[in-house]
Structures are given as C-alpha cells and as structure tokens.
Ligand binder design. Structure first.
Ligand code: RIB
Length: 305
C-alpha cells in the first residue's frame, strides 16, 4: 500500500465489485463478427470498488459496502481493495458467483462493457453497521450497478446524517424522485447526461439536471468537465492532455479523487482540477483499479499542469 493519508477525508462507498475480464483488440467486433484479440487480463473492477480504490489511493479513509461471491474472484476482489487500503469490513461474502464485467478495449483506449451482477444483486438493504459507516463519512459515493433499493436506502441514510451524497448515474437508467431528492452532487458522463435528459448539449443537460439536484458535474473525457450549480454558477475545467491507452474506470477515478478533495475542504474548482489529473493519469495505464494513481502522482501532475 502506497496511499498517504494527509487530508483526513472519510469516504463511504456503496456499490459493485466486479472481476473485469478484459480483451484487448485493435477494434471491437461488430454484431456477428469475430476478431482476434491481442491480450486477455483479469483486473479487479466494478464501479463501486473502483471509486473506493481511487479515493483510498488519493488519500481518503475509505470503507466499501457491497458484496462479493463465495468464489476465487471474490477473494481476489476483497484482497485488491485491502491492498489499496480500503476497509472491507462492510463488504459481505454471499453464496454464488462474484460480479463480472466483460470488457473489450480497442487500440484507441475506448471500451464496451457487459456487466453480469452476480453477488452485487444482494446489496438491497443496509445493516446497522453499514448505516454507522455512512453516518461517519464526509461523503457517500453511489453508482447504479447494485439494486436501486440499496442505493436509495444509503442515500437517505446519508441525507439524514448530513453526509454529502455523490451519485454516478451509471449504467444510465431512469432515476426515482426519492434518489434525486437525496443526491447532493450528480456526476454523469456526457452520454449518461444525455440519456437522463434527452439533451446532447452538456449545458442544456446541466440545465435540466439542476431542476432535480443542486449540483452537477458532467465529465467530458479529454475535454475535461462541466460544473453547474443552482447557487454557485457554472464553469468548465480542462483535462491535462495525455495519450489514452485504456479509459476503463477513468470516471470512477475522477469521482474518488473528487470526494477526497472536497472532504479536505478544497474549493470546487481546485477539487475538480485535481480529480481531472487523477483521471488523466489513470487513462495512461491499462485496467480499471490497477491504473488508479496514488496521491503523490496526482499532486505531481497537478503541480506541473
Ligand atoms: O466504470 C468501469 C467499471 O464498469 C469496470 O471496472 C467494470 O467492472 C464496470 O463495472
């Protein structure tokens, strides 16, 4: 473990753990087509676990609420979280297989993913221990790869304790009013923002989303991010220029680092710029959690950008 905890930011994550089964190819196959791959890797992933690893490596004190299966993948997923310094006390082991993500990464660093939930489907409710973890955090990070009932229960618990709730609406799906009402900061990518609002222009999508949540960050890949708030205006943050080899987990890296920076009390523009550096570092290496940078690396890029 190389994480250096200097900021005192406490982050709870409720979400998925998946073993990513990754094929690297020149280009993804079309329907009905077979293409030859160059390499195959198994990499610990899942949007929840990725955000937990990203936050821990960025210097946060992080707990992971979720479930792995009683299989070899489950053991490896738990160990990978612990190696990055994540507290896995609230991570249950349940009967059946762990979640898997079947990923094709092409030569431009783009990806296509099929997720099979496995154990993640068991994360439908909170234990008293889960509630205590959320109540003690600065931020709760949520995504949509575990059942909505559990996500909603966690968001409402966070709201009840004054904990900042950060929702990554991925995979995109219609969001219940109760979940939006308990969300402080929504962080979709541009495709998810368009799916949620029917508007492809990020500014128009932000306008629509601000009718439902107080703050939005729309991530725009190499173009950076757009921040919009009901009360604090709107601005864009550029991303460092880098050559991407694998964008898997870049959004999760961004959110994990952002939560740590906000928990340290940094102003939003500075927090977003720091999170952009974390994401830019992650896309230069392959894999999801394996590509996530440590705090010293983020600080290094931030100070030279
Ligand atoms: O956001 C990236 C993640 O999405 C991958 O790690 C994969 O597990 C899928 O859940």
């Amino acid at each position: 473990m190389d994480g250096i905890r200097t900021g005192g930011s406490t982050v709870a994550v409720l979400g998925s753990t998946n073993m990513d089964l990754v094929a690297y190819v020149a280009r993804a196959p079309a329907r009905g087509e077979t293409v030859a791959g160059r390499e195959f890797r198994t990499v610990p992933g899942g949007k929840g676990a990725n955000q937990a690893v990203a936050a821990a490596r960025a210097g946060g004190s992080v707990s992971m609420i979720g479930a792995v299966g009683a299989d070899a993948f489950g053991d490896r997923l738990r160990a990978a979280l612990e190696e990055s310094g994540v507290d896995t006390g609230p991570l249950r082991t349940v009967d059946g297989p762990s979640g898997t993500a079947h990923i094709v990464v092409d030569d431009e660093g783009g990806n296509a993913i099929v997720v099979v939930p496995g154990a993640n489907a068991a994360v439908t409710a909170l234990t008293p221990g889960d509630e205590a973890v959320i109540a003690g955090a600065d931020s709760l990070l949520l995504q949509l790869e575990t059942p909505l009932e559990g996500v909603l229960a966690a968001a409402e618990t966070a709201r009840g304790h004054g904990v900042r709730t950060v929702l990554t609406p991925a995979p995109a799906r219609p969001l219940p009013a109760g979940l939006l009402a308990a969300t402080d900061l929504l962080v979709p990518n541009e495709h998810e923002a368009a799916a949620l609002t029917g508007r492809t222009d990020p500014h128009a999508a932000a306008d629509a989303l601000l009718e439902q949540v107080p703050e939005v960050v729309i991530t725009l890949g190499s173009a950076g991010s757009l921040y919009a708030s009901r009360t604090a205006g709107r601005f864009t943050v550029p991303a460092p220029r880098v050559t991407a080899v694998d964008s898997t987990g870049a959004g999760d890296t961004f959110v994990g680092a952002l939560a740590v920076a906000l928990g340290e009390g940094r102003p939003m523009p500075e927090a977003l710029a720091w999170a952009s550096c974390a994401a830019a570092l992650s896309v230069q290496r392959s894999g999801a959690s394996t590509a996530m940078p440590y705090r010293t690396e983020i600080d290094g890029l931030a100070s030279s950008s």
